[in-house]
Design a binder for this molecule. Structure first.
Ligand code: GDP
Ligand code: IMO
Ligand code: MG
Length: 437
């Protein structure tokens, strides 16, 4: 492969690692930014000046002039959510026009997908996944069972009506029969979606072809992962995962670009761990330390407002991300949240019946027996806000970071000490060097 001008940013844990901040920060060095999976279950925060944006479907390069933003074929799109996101960004002064393109192959989330999502979660009771109830899983199901509707169908009213009617009628029957849920009528949904299709038609195109010629002409492309590797449908803590391929490999499938065009993988990880929804979380904290991190880190969901579960940095998780996605460097976020801690822990491995385990178990129920084994580090007890070089960090923070790099076997290239663009330390001499202006 002649061109290796594609970089991929992924979430290295269970989502909400700060991908939005990192993508927005580095996007001026790229001509295109592309989302390759997930949907409006994602909430990517971008903060600069007095702006606080929560992006869901639109890539986090949207605030940068001259960057073309692509929503790829691997994304599932609720057209109402996309239009409402466009409207709220415009209200914030963000221009949206020729700088946004949407794949004609991306699948459409129907209102009944969201109703099915909610009904299934309800039926699972205490064993539920804790989804975002946005219809993500059911929409990917329709895609996989080949009854789904794509953006190319949505933008043509006659075609949409022809393909949507049988699917909507089927959903309607399933919802009524199994859940007693009465949704909007088939006609109501079709009217609403035909109107959405009309508004979105100008943005919809063959984005794989577009990206292919961008790659051949040497343009730099940044792929923006949603969720995180531990929520990946294959490699995460199944079944407590999302329904798409969040790992770096997903970028090739979800955008229709050659795997060999990927020249850099950057994993965003928090200096601790959070997760929203149910499922295994061996390093979870239930005490005042966890409460302190949740408050100081403002760990409440961007999409649902749910309090995020909080715990220590889990190197078993991080090493899994490194292995599966072959990462070149880490962007470590939220170091400032640990500023006041007396001591800080990293889980190096798990122990099951006295035996050391360095990999995540295949079965969620096997996590119950996995006890985290920690290395403990002294805190630095001073503010890291505004520090702009690695060498100026408190010695204890430097030692924590160097130990973390050793345990994870990856270099920290970017270090974030606050939500804003300038609250970031860029380290020289890492694989990022050739990519950023
Ligand atoms: P994403 O889904 O990976 O894009 O992450 P979210 O935006 O859902 O959650 C990350 C949250 O942390 C957002 O509120 C960010 O503004 C905030 N954030 C990002 N980096 C930092 C940091 O280094 N320090 C602090 N205190 N907040 C940060
Ligand atoms: P970003 O991109 C954190 C979680 C949900 C739930 C599981 C399945 O902002 O990091 P779904 O609605 O996808 O079927 O829910 O995945 N989840 C996320 N958690 N960040 C996200 O996105 C998430 N997207 C989904 O909480 O546990
Ligand atoms: Mg988020």
């Amino acid at each position: 492969m002649k061109h290796r001008n594609v970089a991929v940013v992924i979430g290295g844990q269970w989502g909400d690692e700060g991908k939005g901040k990192v993508v927005d920060l580095i996007s001026p060095s790229f001509e295109l930014v592309a989302r390759y999976q997930g949907g409006h279950n994602a909430g990517h925060t971008v903060k600069f000046e007095d702006k606080h944006l929560a992006l869901r479907l639109i890539p986090s390069g949207i605030c940068r002039k001259g960057v073309l933003n692509v929503i790829g074929n691997g994304v599932v799109i609720d057209p109402r959510a996309l239009l409402s996101e466009m409207a709220s960004l415009r209200k914030e002064g963000v221009e949206i026009g020729d700088n946004l393109r949407v794949s004609d192959r991306a699948h459409v989330i129907l209102p009944t997908h969201a109703l099915l999502d909610g009904a299934r979660e309800k039926a699972l009771g205490g064993a539920n996944i804790g989804t975002t109830s946005r219809g993500i899983g059911p929409a990917y199901e329709s895609k996989a069972n080949r009854s789904g509707i794509r953006m190319a169908d949505l933008v043509d009213a006659d075609r949409f009506i022809a393909v949507a009617r049988p699917l909507l009628a089927h959903h309607d029957a399933v919802l009524k029969h199994f859940s007693g849920v009465e949704g909007p009528t088939v006609e109501e949904t079709m009217d609403e979606y035909v109107a959405c299709g009309r508004e979105l038609a100008g943005y919809v195109t063959d984005t794989s072809t577009l990206l292919g010629s961008a790659i051949r002409s040497g343009k730099k492309i940044l792929c923006e992962g949603a969720q995180g590797v531990m929520l990946d449908v294959d490699h995460g803590t199944y079944p407590f995962v999302t329904s798409s391929s969040c790992a770096a490999g997903g970028a090739s499938i979800g955008l229709g670009i050659p795997p060999a065009s990927i020249g850099l993988v950057l994993a965003v990880m928090k200096a601790y761990t959070t997760r929203v929804g149910s499922g295994p979380f061996p390093t979870e904290l239930f005490d005042s330390v966890g409460e302190h991190i949740r408050k100081r880190g403002n760990e409440f969901g961007t999409v649902t407002g749910r309090p995020r579960r909080v715990g220590w940095f889990d190197a078993v998780v991080a090493r899994t991300t490194v292995r599966i996605s072959g990462i070149d460097a880490v962007a470590l976020t939220k170091l400032d949240v640990l500023d006041e801690m007396d001591e800080i822990r990293i889980c190096t491995h798990y122990e099951v019946n006295g035996k050391e385990i360095g990999e995540i178990p295949a079965r969620a129920d096997h996590y119950d027996a996995a006890k985290p084994v920690y290395r403990t580090f002294p805190g630095w007890k001073t503010s890291t806000a505004g520090i702009s070089s690695f060498g100026d960090l408190p010695v204890n923070a430097q030692q924590y970071l160097e130990a973390l790099e050793g345990i994870v076997d990856a270099k920290v290239a970017l270090l974030s000490t606050g939500p804003k663009r300038d609250e970031t330390i860029r380290r020289a001499g890492t694989p990022l060097d050739g990519w950023l202006a």
